[in-house]
Design a protein around this ligand. Structure first.
Ligand code: TXA
Ligand code: MG
Length: 330
């Protein structure tokens, strides 16, 4: 059930979370499926609802910097405390940081890893709820495992509405793609997942070059971020990049998602067309990307074709998601 985020519903949600329930909450990136991060059986419900492999760890959401000490031993290290203090200028915001886990956090949150990912979300409703329940909240994106992350309360309702007690409406997500994930437990700070906070920003603030994690082709090599090895963000309808497509050979009922208005006359095989930004602005593209993929995925199209962009700045995060989403069909 979708509810407005008034004080009464925030208190009700906080009480449900304290009682071990799972709720959908808005964040500035995507909607999350939240449970008390200290409660192993509440966290187990998240995995069940999502159909999530149990080797894929969850991000723990906090409302203030000092709360890191409740879930992590990072402050025992002067070096790591300093790194976290520098990174805290991105909080509240779309950055998750992987640090050593404290034993207060059950193993299912971290999928058995000795680390935990934490972030302070930049959405006023998420922050109010975190403050009200005074608990760290484990929350993956509120979609079924492998599908596109939801960026509105209605998308959560449509996909998993039956499985959650409450969906708190916080409007459309302003960022639209999942947080940047940065590991501080590697020799050099390492970007595990690109997001709206870019590698350039991270390197500058840390005053240290951030490395980029490259997924090993050999699946026997343990991944530092197991979630990254899964097929992700993929619509059911085949998805391809516009530049790989011969327009004369498009199947009937194809959909086109462009990043800016298209000049060219389109073939009649394109029956649905969406433009994500009038000016090709990548913030806008990211904000509308997942909702548009979901919308076209419900139209029984034979193919969806989508633009690409240079893989730097926010473009790196957009292309990361789209390369995964198109992978299934290559
Ligand atoms: O923007 C976001 O991060 C959203 C909102 C709800 O906060 N959450 C989100 O969660 O995208 P999820 O579960 O869909 O993605 C979490 C990613 C996974 O790729 C996982 O592998 C990585 O974070 N991760 C979590 N804990 C980790 C850890 N201890 N070590 C390495 N990677 C970790
Ligand atoms: Mg996800």
């Amino acid at each position: 059930m979708i509810v407005v985020s008034d004080p009464e519903n925030i208190s009700r949600a906080a009480a449900l979370l304290a009682a071990g329930e799972v709720l959908a909450i808005p964040t500035e990136t995507v909607y999350g499926l939240a449970a008390n991060a200290f409660d192993e059986s509440a966290v187990a419900k998240i995995f069940k609802i999502k159909g999530r492999p149990n080797n894929n760890p969850l991000i723990v959401h906090l409302c203030k910097f000092e709360q890191i000490a409740e879930v992590s031993t990072a402050f025992d290290s002067e070096k790591m405390r300093l790194q976290l203090e520098k990174l805290s200028q991105f909080w509240p915001g779309p950055l998750s940081v992987v640090i050593p886990k404290r034993s207060t956090i059950p193993d299912n949150v971290s999928a058995g890893l000795a680390t935990v990912a934490v972030r302070i979300p930049g959405h006023s409703v998420a922050l109010k709820l975190l403050q009200s329940c005074a608990l760290p909240l484990a929350a993956p994106s509120a979609n079924r495992s492998g599908y596109i992350s939801p960026t509105s309360a209605q998308q959560v309702e449509d996909e998993i509405g039956d499985a959650v007690k409450l969906i708190i409406d916080g409007g459309a997500c302003q960022v639209g793609i999942e947080s940047t994930v940065l590991s501080l437990v590697t020799e050099q700070p390492t970007l595990l997942r690109p997001g709206a906070i870019t590698i350039e920003q991270l390197s500058e603030v840390l005053d240290e070059q951030v490395a980029v994690y490259k997924q090993a082709k050999d699946s026997s090599v343990a991944s530092p971020s197991p979630g990254l090895s899964y097929l992700h963000y993929a619509p059911i309808t085949p998805l391809k990049f516009t530049e790989q497509i011969d327009f004369d050979k498009l199947p009937e009922r194809s959909g086109l998602i462009s990043f800016k208005p298209t000049q060219a006359e389109l073939p009649t095989s394109i029956s649905e067309q969406r433009c994500l930004s009038k000016s090709g602005n990548l913030d806008e593209v990211a904000r509308r990307l997942f909702a548009t993929l979901r919308e076209l995925d419900q139209m029984q199209l034979n193919l969806i074709i989508i633009d690409n962009c240079p893989s730097d700045g926010l473009g790196k995060a957009i292309m990361d998601r789209l390369e995964r989403a198109t992978q299934r069909y290559q």
